[in-house]
Design a protein around this ligand. Structure first.
Ligand code: NAD
Length: 298
């Protein structure tokens, strides 16, 4: 298929790369020149703008940081036209960014007015999952759109869920990431407590993995440096899933809770921890660097 891919960051680059490997004709665009060059060397074509990338595309995929970027891409900014306005055909649009359900519904409705199907399809699985083509896609949108998207998503992911109508993909993703934020900070807290009381973090990790405290953060994303080979913690928390993005997702969970009069005491605690960690200068480190917050004064 002829696919336009917009947003080649930590996640978008390996996702676009897997589409190229699956034999799709991929045209990429990012604001960062080096990211486009890397994809070009893998066989993708590069475009000078999102509009140019989308020209002639049957499918457009975007993987951007936050709602503000997604809205400005599709709807325009400062009175300027957005990508939806410039479309000459009716491609299927899949936005894989994590944004608020309201923003997703707003862009989907604007697309529908032009007869274009727009899906919110946030992902789970991290950079490791993106590289391995093993992401979980959580899709919100029409059943027909979901079936149309499935073969494309299968080139980048293993578990493809239809969560419901537009926005439902984001609701499910935000619930998941609130839980992840809680689990990562809880895991970091437990490890710091054990180490302060004489435990080897690797030994403690192994014990908890085989015990009732085992969880995804501990099992595949250990936040203590040196415990897990290849983890973000073992490369000085570079790359991965940034603290600022986790803080954004916990903020989305907070907004969702406010809007639905839900109580999220654990999610609020996690939001405050990641916001504090970001304010202390760790926004661009992987989110597992929350471990550092528990190691101050060591
Ligand atoms: P990132 O910051 O690494 O990448 C975002 C990319 O978008 C950057 O390369 C940036 O230059 C580009 N960009 C921004 N505005 C643009 C525009 N107008 N046109 C073209 N390119 C533009 O972020 P990421 O880690 O790849 O995450 C992307 C999304 O996926 C976020 O919503 C994040 O919450 C979500 N997510 C991330 C992970 C993870 O582990 N990193 C996991 C699941 C979901």
């Amino acid at each position: 298929m002829n696919i336009a891919f917009i947003g080649l960051g930590n996640m978008g680059s390996p996702m676009a790369s897997n589409l190229v490997k699956a034999g799709h004709d991929v045209t990429v665009f990012d604001l960062v020149e080096s990211a486009m060059q890397a994809l070009e060397s893998e066989g993708a074509k590069r475009a000078e703008s999102a509009e140019a990338a989308a020209k002639g595309a049957e499918v457009i995929i975007s993987m951007l940081p936050a709602g503000v970027h997604v809205k400005s891409l599709y709807l325009g900014r400062d009175g300027g036209p957005g990508l939806l306005e410039s479309l000459e055909s009716k491609p299927l649009i899949i936005d894989a960014s994590t944004i608020s359900p309201e923003d997703a519904r707003e862009v989907a409705a604007a697309a529908k007015e032009r007869g274009v199907t727009w899906l919110d399809a946030p992902v789970s699985g991290g950079v490791g999952g993106a590289k391995a083509g093993a992401l979980t896609f959580i899709v919100g949108g029409s059943a027909e759109g979901f079936e149309q998207a499935r073969p494309v998503l299968e080139a980048m992911g293993k578990n493809i869920f239809h969560a419901g109508e537009n926005g439902a993909g984001q609701v499910a993703k935000i619930c998941n990431n609130m839980l992840l934020g809680i689990l990562m900070s809880g895991t970091a807290e437990a490890l710091a407590l054990g180490v302060k009381n004489g435990m080897d973090p690797a030994v403690l990790s192994e014990i908890m993995k085989q015990s009732s405290g085992g969880n995804w953060a501990l099992n595949v994303y250990n936040p203590w440096p040196g415990v897990m080979e290849g983890s973000a913690a073992s490369r000085d928390y570079q790359g991965g899933f940034l603290t600022d993005l986790m803080a954004k997702d916990l903020g989305l969970a907070w907004e969702l809770a406010l809007g639905s009069k839900s109580t999220v005491p654990m999610g609020s605690q996690a939001r405050n921890l990641f916001a504090l960690h970001s304010a202390q200068g760790s926004g661009s480190l992987d989110f597992s660097s929350i471990q550092k917050l528990y190691r101050e004064g060591e």
